[in-house]
Design a protein around this ligand. Structure first.
Ligand SMILES: Cc1cc2nc3c(=O)[nH]c(=O)nc-3n(C[C@H](O)[C@H](O)[C@H](O)COP(=O)(O)OP(=O)(O)OC[C@H]3O[C@@H](n4cnc5c(N)ncnc54)[C@H](O)[C@@H]3O)c2cc1C
Length: 231
């Protein structure tokens, strides 16, 4: 990105996005433009709060590209712990999902857990361990659900439960056309296959349904095991 690229005119922000856009003039810019490894210099960061806003950001990014006549950098960030640095960029758009961080137990007996992509694994562990449920994830509590669950997920429970991707029963994704799609074994099964390892190559995952395991509390009454996750 050159300086002249950065000054190039972009289409006006739609009303649905102006409240969640962070620009260089905002006091928040510095804290939302980087990830764990890299300082980014995006032109815009969108702090999405729901699926509709994620769709609108994807549509807006498409409009910008058509308007300027070339590709612009576009990054998806959940926890910002990505080692590849793809979750930040210079001169483009970052969509940040950290506001979409709800963790809900749908069915305690069956171990069904719904988690938004912007949650971090420490919060997932805190919430589900209260119901004696565990999910294989990473061993670092600040790592994001979105990046880890779309790329593999190697954690303390890997020998028992496998990878985090093995525990995904379904997800909601926003694809490049801005459409929201449910993906699971029956519905959009090709996309369901692709998100379990394909990361952001096929869309933005906003929510996962996971199969957690039930564990018995230790006799000491101490709750198990993800308390060992580093925070
Ligand atoms: C300190 C540290 C400890 C770690 N420990 C472990 C560990 O124990 N086990 C393990 O398996 N890994 C571990 N990792 C690696 C980590 O799981 C991956 O880098 C993971 O991608 C980070 O996810 P994130 O959401 O925090 O990252 P982000 O930087 O937000 O994203 C990383 C990548 O995933 C893509 N992405 C993010 N969110 C979404 C989404 N919602 N939909 C589609 N694509 C998305 C991004 O575009 C980017 O390419 C660790 C990394 C760090 C820095």
């Amino acid at each position: 990105m050159t300086d002249s690229d950065n000054q190039q005119k972009w289409p006006a922000l739609p009303a649905t996005l102006s409240n969640i856009a962070v620009t260089k003039n905002s006091g928040k810019y510095e804290s939302v433009s980087s990830n764990y490894f890299k300082v980014g210099h995006p032109r815009l960061v969108f702090m999405a709060e729901n699926d509709e806003q994620v769709s609108h950001v994807v549509e807006y990014a498409g409009n910008v590209q058509r308007f300027v006549g070339h590709q612009i950098p576009f990054s998806v960030r959940s926890g910002g712990h990505g080692i590849t640095n793809y979750s930040v960029n210079d001169g483009g758009i970052i969509i940040d999902l950290s506001q979409m961080n709800q963790v809900n137990i749908l069915d305690e007996a069956k171990g069904l857990v719904k988690v938004q992509a912007g949650a971090v694994w420490g919060d997932v562990a805190d919430k589900i361990s209260k119901a004696d449920l565990v999910l294989s994830s990473g061993d670092f509590g600040d790592t994001g659900v979105g990046g880890l669950a779309t790329s593999g997920g190697l954690g303390l429970l890997v020998r028992k439960q496998g990878l985090t991707t093995d525990q995904i029963l379904g997800a909601t994704i926003i694809t490049a056309d801005g459409k929201k799609r449910n993906v699971n074994k029956e519905e959009n099964s090709d996309l369901f296959w692709a998100i379990r390892g394909g990361g952001s190559q096929v869309g933005i995952v906003t929510e996962f349904i996971f199969q957690a395991d039930k564990v018995e509390p230790a006799k000491s009454g101490q709750r198990v095991p993800i308390g060992t996750m580093i925070k």
